[in-house]
Design a protein around this ligand. Structure first.
Ligand SMILES: [Zn+2]
Length: 287
């Protein structure tokens, strides 16, 4: 089976949980090729194995080099391994029937792929959405199992109460849509950086500036105003990265984009460095 057909087949199995992004009516997946709604709005799967729902292309500040760096840091260096394991354990705990895991802002797809690997249960189907076509294309190239969608977070192609799990990993949220698509027993899993996140990078590049500290209070407050936060866990650890991985790290984060050449080299010429990961995993119900 070709990538296009595999991707369409995966969508076929969950088509009752999808909806048309244009008219919001129900859809079918036909001929292992297209998503079609009852008003005949039609979206074809690309041969690379994703579907693009945007009416016109959107330019983002993310490019292939950034997504490649991110993929290497997440999958090869496994910088976020303990976070993926924790989220997988949370999902396994609640996974009693067929369910969707919707990754809102999936980028190049590695977080979703790693979590699905850890959960390792066929009851769970992953669907990743991002507005960046470059990111979604890379996700489809590297990972076959999840359904990959280029789309708008403010208009995900998901029916009301269709997702038991929504993942929002270092990415902006859309709480009104999250509440609409979440099942009654569903949970939102939001990953927010803690004050120590990548502090080595920030200390070297932004010593004594505002950007030398992460502030997550606003993100958490906004979440608490919109959904019912039921638990919050902080996970902090360090991971040793070699010089090559340090280059990827600095390339993948907005913090690194503003670094000048001298700073970039000073940071990445080290043989290796201990890098701090500090994350809050916040769990919420819709109400
Ligand atoms: Zn339609």
């Amino acid at each position: 089976m070709k990538k296009r057909e595999k991707s369409a087949a995966a969508a076929y199995h969950i088509s009752s949980k999808l909806r048309c992004p244009l008219c919001h009516e129900s859809v079918e997946v036909i001929e292992l090729k297209s998503i079609v709604c009852i008003n005949n709005h039609t979206f074809d799967f690309a041969k690379q194995g994703y579907v693009n729902l945007l009416q016109k292309p959107v330019n983002t500040q993310y490019d292939d080099a950034l997504f490649e760096a991110r993929q290497k840091i997440i999958c090869d260096a496994e910088l976020y391994g303990p976070i993926h394991q924790k989220i997988a354990a949370l999902i396994n705990n609640e996974l009693t029937k067929d369910a969707l895991l919707f990754d809102a802002g999936s980028g190049e797809g590695s977080h979703l792929e790693k979590i699905l690997d850890e959960v390792n249960d066929k009851k769970l189907t992953g669907i990743g959405l991002d507005i960046s076509k470059e990111g979604v294309m890379m996700a489809a190239k590297n990972y076959e199992t999840p359904i990959w969608v280029v789309g708008d977070l403010a208009n995900p192609p998901l029916a009301d109460e269709s997702c038991q799990f929504i993942l929002n990993f270092l990415s902006p949220a859309n709480y009104s849509e999250f509440k609409r698509i979440l099942t009654e027993d569903g949970i939102i899993i939001k990953v927010i950086p803690g004050s120590g996140y990548l502090k080595e990078l920030r200390n070297e590049l932004f010593s004594n500036t505002d950007e030398s500290e992460y502030e997550n209070n606003d993100t958490l407050e906004l979440m608490k105003r919109n959904v019912n936060v039921v638990s919050e866990e902080r996970i902090t650890y360090t991971k040793n990265l070699d010089g090559q991985s340090l280059k990827h790290l600095i390339s993948m984060t907005p913090l690194g984009w503003h670094a000048d050449t001298e700073q970039f080299e000073a940071f990445t010429n080290a043989e290796d460095k201990e890098i701090t990961i500090d994350m809050h995993i916040v769990i919420a119900h819709a109400e």
